[in-house]
Design a binder for this molecule. Structure first.
Ligand SMILES: [Zn+2]
Length: 42
């Protein structure tokens, strides 16, 4: 039996589709870009 904690720990980290960097936890409605690639100033 897997606890809910184990379940979330085993989830794959999201990675930026542009640079491949792991995306830190934040709102997950932005798509798949990290903060740098998703920066509005770019
Ligand atoms: Zn990126």
């Amino acid at each position: 039996m897997i606890s809910i904690v184990e379940f979330f720990r085993n989830l794959p980290r999201k990675k930026c589709h542009n640079c491949g960097k792991e995306i830190l936890e934040k709102a997950d409605c932005y798509g798949n870009l990290c903060d740098q690639c998703d920066h509005p100033a770019r």
